[in-house]
Write a protein that binds this ligand. Structure first.
Ligand SMILES: *[C@@H]1O[C@H](CO)[C@@H](O)[C@H](O)[C@H]1NC(C)=O
Ligand SMILES: *[C@@H]1O[C@H](CO)[C@@H](O)[C@H](O)[C@H]1NC(C)=O
Ligand SMILES: *[C@@H]1O[C@H](CO)[C@@H](O)[C@H](O)[C@H]1NC(C)=O
Ligand SMILES: [Zn+2]
Length: 379
């Protein structure tokens, strides 16, 4: 059954909370009302925005792909009903080898969190495809800009033609789970079901199998990583603290101008970083697309020495899908303008987009207020 996005969101609005913790935020979509607790076999796809049942024959088959004796045995986290956080209470000792990104700020060696080359921005948008995604795609197309799109399985089956368009236009498609639930809170079997149902929805729609996946809220630990790795996926997060907070605009927790200021404040410092960076942005709500196409990208295109590419491009990865490149065009490294020496056109015919004009001055006082934020949100 396919519910319209609007009704799903309206339901979520009533019951969800947002939690910002130590600089990176967790959004929580509580178990959607209407998610059945009684198993019924899946006909085409699981119920939208609900954690899939694991006794489904299709899931049982997928479970054979993973050797759970190799999976670390950390217990599933508990989502705090008030804050949405999956982190244990302050003072709880989390084993170092759990390497929990959200709660320990721990990055595993194989996590994709940066672009290797300084001055390179791995452009990503999460949570689509949505009714607003085409406006983003239109803008990107105008600028010959490709992006990595981490899509939610429930949105893919609701908006398949939108995903087809994104793929046809050469964007790099990745997995962002079926129900957008915090993955550390799920059982091993549920983790498999979330990833594989999303993969199936994508394969059914565009015919290729993504290798990159991004955990919702960045909520991943070594248990979840191990399962994802055994299934052949690359865990991709974002560069620590490079969250635009665009997802807080629809909830009125922040404003577009605050988000733009946050982004602008990063620009002077990225040139001095040892690596490039990956930023968290979204294309689920109109406000998120608005800030991307009227604020963030126009600013970025004025920034000298910035190269903006999908993650597969910045990592020079010729295998974004299990089948290879699909529609993705990987541009050889050495055709990218070196950082700071751009003099060519803003858009190369290859789709590698480099800023060419003057430096954007950073705004003073742009950082969002630190500390915890607790508020109602649409997520
Ligand atoms: C291309 O760039 C990637 C990422 O920076 C790097 O790992 C790779 O070695 C580069 N390849 C060449 C041929 O320079
Ligand atoms: C945000 O503010 C706008 C304008 O006041 C209002 O229409 C909307 O319902 C608010 N959204 C939320 C989630 O509170
Ligand atoms: C890029 O590198 C390849 C292989 O090293 C070389 O053949 C090619 O000429 C280079 N292209 C440019 C534009 O430098
Ligand atoms: Zn998300």
């Amino acid at each position: 059954m396919v519910k319209p996005l609007a009704s799903v969101l309206a339901l979520s609005a009533a019951i969800s909370v947002v939690f910002a913790h130590a600089g990176h935020a967790l959004e929580k979509r509580a178990t959607t009302p209407g998610c059945s607790t009684t198993y019924a076999p899946v006909t085409a796809y699981p119920a939208l925005d609900c954690v899939p049942f694991t006794q489904d024959p299709q899931v049982v088959n997928w479970l054979k792909l993973v050797d759970f004796t190799k999976t670390p045995t950390f217990k599933p986290s508990v989502v705090d009903a008030t804050t949405g956080s999956t982190c244990p209470p302050a003072g709880t000792v989390i084993p170092a080898d759990q390497c929990w990104w959200t709660c320990q700020k721990c990055e595993a060696p194989d996590d994709v969190t940066t672009c290797p080359t300084p001055g390179t921005w791995g452009l990503t948008y999460d949570d689509g495809p949505s009714p607003d995604s085409p406006r983003l795609y239109d803008y990107l197309k105008t600028h010959n800009q490709k992006a990595t799109l981490f899509v939610v399985g429930s949105r893919v089956v609701s908006y398949p033609t939108t995903l087809k368009r994104a793929y046809t236009e050469g964007h790099h498609i990745g997995i962002h789970t079926w129900s957008h639930t915090a993955m550390t809170s799920l059982t091993n079997e549920q983790v498999v079901a979330e990833l594989k149902w999303t993969e199936k929805a994508i394969v059914d729609t565009i015919g290729v199998t993504p290798i990159y996946w991004r955990p919702p809220y960045g909520d991943v630990d070594n248990r979840v990583r191990n399962i994802a790795t055994q299934l052949g996926y690359k865990t991709s997060i974002w560069t620590m603290d490079f969250d635009t907070n665009d997802w807080n605009i629809p909830a009125n927790i922040t404003t577009a101008s605050a988000v733009i200021s946050t982004f602008q404040a990063w620009l002077p410092k990225v040139a001095g970083m040892k690596t490039g960076f990956i930023v968290l942005e979204h294309d689920l709500f109109p406000q998120e697309v608005d800030v991307a196409i009227t604020g963030i990208l126009p600013l970025a295109y004025q920034q000298k020495g910035l190269t903006i590419v999908p993650i597969a491009q910045c990592r020079n990865d010729a295998k974004p899908y299990k089948e290879g490149l699909g529609t993705f065009v990987l541009v050889p490294n050495n055709t990218t303008s070196p950082s700071g020496t751009n003099s060519g056109p803003k858009s190369s015919p290859t789709g590698v987009h480099s800023g060419a004009s003057g430096l954007v001055p950073a705004l003073a006082g742009s950082a969002l207020a630190a500390g915890s934020v607790l508020a109602m949100t649409l997520f």
